[in-house]
Design a protein around this ligand. Structure first.
Ligand code: PLP
Length: 431
């Protein structure tokens, strides 16, 4: 064990998510690659943790931050007029498609979701909330309440009264056997049943991830969220789309994940990639909701000039270079290659993805059962070969990959080659 890892273990909580036996220390980065303390280079297929949306050491972002630093003001307070905050909010409000949208900036996704839940429960005067099975929305009181992924929830407490709906979690055999239309009909019937028999009155909101991130990049079938929205609208229940992982074109086919489903939510929350490494989160929502509560009045650091400069430069870069189209193109190439490899490798239980957000589930070739040990093995094998990935999912057996949206076709082919080679090695060991 390295000296730094020993010191880390002594002062950082045990539960910190560590994907590797010996996590590397990243000391520099350029383009879509990072370098560790020993000088080894890695192609980053997890973009930090979907944070480095347009790669490393991007001149446009660096220069925007340096220009702000040169003014001598890192941050004063959000009680003053901040030009960068207004300009970025205007862009996000327009892109959101939400009517009369307003934006409130936070420092993380957790804080953004907390704000959304506060607004929804206040607007509807109830603590009843709907969320999805297998979800992850953050670490705080409200956000952990609407999280159902047990490994993160871990017996924590929450003030919310939450009811979990089916969506991307088609693990039960009866759901697997159904076609999408029948499954959607069953989910909607279940939602109506929950509303009629389980909740003790009005419901504030449904919060959902369009593609479940921590849950293993799992997707509800097309049409499910639209069908849910119809039922919610009948009762005035609000829809919160958690776009922390799916925003800004990552799914290739839409700029925000929920737009893949033809649904316009009442609120969207975001964070991770927007600042390209600088801490920026936020919520974009209907103006009437945003104006209803002082909770959207002031965050000391949310919307600060440095993170706004980084975020505006990042968003402009994404739009100017049409990175959504790049995500669609490079992602389709990788997903097709993984599907092809999956056909001949019995350890591959499932390949799924949209744009530059794709996952491979590893299973025991004999029983088809989830194989988290093989996922751990994959992480070590790809690390050795110079590629960084992520893992997770309900059973810890989903390999999750989300490279920067700036990935080139050459890098896509290189990464695909490393992934397939690692899968072949592991398959040969166990199949
Ligand atoms: N929502 C989703 C979908 C996430 O994936 C995450 C983090 O992984 C969060 C919220 C929490 O964001 P943060 O870690 O910035 O608080």
């Amino acid at each position: 064990m390295s000296d730094l890892l020993a010191r880390h273990r002594a002062v950082i909580p045990n539960w910190v998510a560590v994907y590797y036996d010996e996590p590397i220390e990243i000391v520099s980065g350029k383009g879509n690659r990072v370098v560790d303390a020993s000088g080894k280079t890695y192609l980053d297929f997890f973009a930090g943790i979907l944070t480095n949306m347009i790669g490393y050491d991007v001149p446009e972002v660096r220069e925007a931050v340096e220009r702000q630093l040169a003014t001598g003001v890192v941050h004063t307070s959000t009680v003053y007029l901040l030009r960068g905050q207004v300009e970025l909010a205007e862009k996000i409000a327009k892109l959101s498609g939400i009517k009369d949208a307003k934006v409130f900036f936070t420092n993380s996704g957790t804080e953004a979701n907390e704000t959304a839940l506060l607004l929804a429960t206040y607007a509807r005067k109830t603590d009843q909330v709907l969320a999805m099975r297998q979800s992850y929305h953050g670490r705080s009181f409200g956000a952990i309440g609407v999280t159902s992924n047990r490994s993160w929830k871990n017996n924590s407490y929450s003030p919310l009264n939450v009811h979990f709906l089916h969506g991307a979690d088609r693990h039960l055999p009866q759901f697997r056997a159904m076609n999408d239309a029948d499954y959607i009909a069953a989910c909607v019937a279940d939602l109506r049943h929950v509303l009629a028999t389980t909740v003790g009155g009005d419901v504030a909101a449904l919060i959902a991830e369009p593609v479940q991130g921590v849950g293993g990049f799992t997707m509800a079938p097309d049409g499910l969220f639209a069908a849910y929205k119809e039922v919610l609208d009948e009762q005035g229940i609000l829809f919160i789309s958690d776009e922390v992982q799916t925003g800004w074109g990552r799914t290739g086919s839409a700029f925000f994940g929920i737009q893949n489903h033809g649904v316009t939510p009442d609120m969207m929350t975001f964070a991770k990639g927007l600042g390209n490494g600088f801490a920026v989160g936020g919520i974009v929502a209907r103006g009437d909701l945003m104006d209803s509560l002082h909770a959207t009045g002031l965050a000391t650091f949310g919307g600060n000039p440095i993170s706004m400069a980084a975020a505006k430069a990042t968003l402009d870069y994404v739009l100017d270079h049409d990175l959504q189209a790049n995500a669609a193109r490079t992602g389709a190439h990788i997903i097709a290659g993984l599907r092809e490899a999956g056909k001949r490798l019995p350890i591959v239980g499932d390949v799924r993805g949209k744009g530059l957000m794709f996952a491979v589930e590893l299973v025991d070739p004999a029983t088809g059962a989830p194989a988290p040990a093989l996922a751990a093995r994959f992480m070590e094998e790809t690390k050795k070969a110079g590629l960084l990935a992520g893992k997770g999912g309900l059973y810890g057996n989903a390999l999750r990959m989300a490279p920067p949206l700036t990935l080139t076709m050459d890098e896509a082919a290189e990464g695909l080659g490393i992934i397939v080679a690692a899968l072949e090695t592991i398959n040969a060991e166990v199949a």
